[in-house]
Design a binder for this molecule. Structure first.
Ligand code: AMP
Length: 460
């Protein structure tokens, strides 16, 4: 879970990257970084924290140049230290590189072991560093060949922006797991994880960086190379369900509209007669709107979200039960009292936050609570970049829907079927990675990456 941005041909490239990262903040809140180049000198600034805290006017003014890459991070591999913050910036001979990666490689541990055996020294625990080493090794043959060779070796999910001195380069794995969009900005170019970053800086969306494609942008303009043929697409459907911002356009589709269709499908599969429909905000909002519209039920905000709870939020010293969940969402008693409600949320992962939230709305007076989840049960971990816990912690991996309903103290629990999810996907439904629901991993998981996946249950 990360957000990336690349800018070429703007005299304040770092500022554009900063605004873009601001729009992509939902994709990672652990660290933020920007590297710029004026074609000769390369400068960087990165730190742990939110975009707004990591940069100020001064740091941005010092980042002079017309090419920039930036990154916001939510670690899926590697621990939270500033060393692991990206863009990953290295000098190799007379070349400097800054690489920002979204996704997760499934064979990084094997490649790293081999590189270490050959004498490579690693500075971080990130799988992205493996990519930089492979690029450096092949660089004699030129940057394009080096990327092609690297793409032949790395397996898994990668959407990447790379600053190579006077060039901005973008490339994406042949399955297209993570989004990556290309836009135009005042005659220059911009590449970002999601189009919401374009909107903020008034850039025009041109198209997605294609799966398996390498884009090289320099003084001569933009050149495209199809480095690896894309035999099968595997766009992460969870980007649509939960992760991406609803105002973004990813994988050829607007996220808000997609989520509403998930709500329509839920209403088709599980029509309920309740007093109203409410979401757990914000993640459940759009499917709840879709459900309410299709079911012809009123829509209410039965819980209110506090938007100002950051990661560094100080916990009370005395134990206040469920404090960290309550501080984020507070039930509205006057709306809930004596009511039969349909609560919509995007997903259940561990089940722990949902249990607390459901208790809170019960205590506020809701007398019948039905919960509708706008995706199927998540039974398998993600190895391609979504931060799901291990199999043992995924509530649906070991428990039936009825057991989960009892644990959550619900009157009714309904998950959207896989067929319903695919119907909502319409024409795109052949192009999704559904591994977290089915256990069918489009890129095989290499032994050593996780033991637990091989131990339990057959795929559905
Ligand atoms: P829980 O009840 O603890 O399983 O939390 C479910 C909530 O976590 C849902 O409302 C989701 O919006 C949100 N969620 C979904 N995916 C993730 C994830 N990978 N990491 C953290 N939270 C998530």
């Amino acid at each position: 879970m990360c957000g990336i941005i690349g800018v070429f041909g703007h005299k304040e490239a770092a500022k554009i990257a900063y605004f873009g990262l601001y729009a992509l903040q939902h994709r990672g809140q652990e660290s933020a970084g920007i590297v710029v180049s004026d074609g000769r000198n390369v400068r960087e600034h990165k730190a742990l924290g939110l975009v707004a805290d990591v940069f100020d006017e001064n740091t941005l003014n010092n980042l002079k140049g017309h090419i920039a890459v930036g990154h916001v991070r939510y670690s899926t591999t590697g621990s939270t230290t500033v060393k692991n913050a990206q863009p990953f910036f290295v000098t190799h001979g007379k070349h400097t590189f800054a690489l920002a990666h979204n996704g997760n490689l499934v064979n990084a541990h094997l490649l790293r072991a081999e590189l270490e055996r050959q004498g490579s020294l690693f500075q971080t625990t990130m799988d992205s560093e493996v990519i930089v080493h492979l690029l450096a090794k092949a660089l004699r043959r030129g940057i394009l060949e080096a990327i092609k060779e690297t793409m032949e070796l790395i397996e898994g999910a990668y959407s990447i922006v790379l600053l190579a001195q006077d060039k901005l380069i973008a490339f994406r794995d042949p399955y297209g797991f993570r989004p990556l969009a290309l836009g135009m900005l005042n005659g220059g170019y911009i590449v970002a994880s999601e189009t919401c970053a374009f909107d903020l800086v008034q850039a025009q969306y041109l198209r997605d960086v294609n799966p398996g494609e390498i884009l090289i942008i320099d003084e001569n303009g933009l050149s495209s190379y199809q480095a690896v043929e894309s035999e099968k697409l595997a766009h992460c459907v969870f980007e649509f369900i939960y992760f991406a911002r609803p105002d973004s356009y990813i994988f050829g589709e607007n996220v808000y509209v997609f989520r509403k269709r998930l709500g329509f499908e839920l209403a088709r599969e599980c029509p309920l007669k309740t007093d109203f429909v409410m979401p757990f905000p914000d993640s459940g909002n759009y499917a709840a709107i879709g459900y309410a519209q299709k079911a012809g039920l009123p829509f209410e905000m039965g819980v209110i979200r506090n938007h100002y709870v950051g990661r560094t939020f100080i916990q009370p010293s005395q134990s206040m039960r469920d404090f960290s969940v309550r501080v984020k969402l507070n039930p509205v008693k006057e709306i809930l009292r004596g009511k039969k409600v349909a609560v919509v949320d995007d997903s259940l992962v561990r089940g722990t936050t949902s249990r607390t939230r459901i208790r809170a709305i019960r205590e506020a007076g809701a007398y019948e609570i039905n919960m509708l989840i706008s995706c199927p049960p998540i039974r398998y971990p993600c190895f391609y970049g979504i931060d799901f816990p291990s199999r043992g912690e995924l509530i649906a991996a070991k428990h039936s829907v009825e057991e989960i309903r009892r644990y959550l103290e619900l009157d009714r629990l309904y998950y959207l079927s896989l067929e319903g999810l695919l119907r909502a996907g319409g024409e795109s439904n052949q192009k999704f990675c559904l591994a977290c629901f089915t256990g069918n991993y489009p890129v095989p998981i290499q032994a050593g990456l996780s033991k637990e996946i091989f131990e339990t249950q057959e795929p559905l």
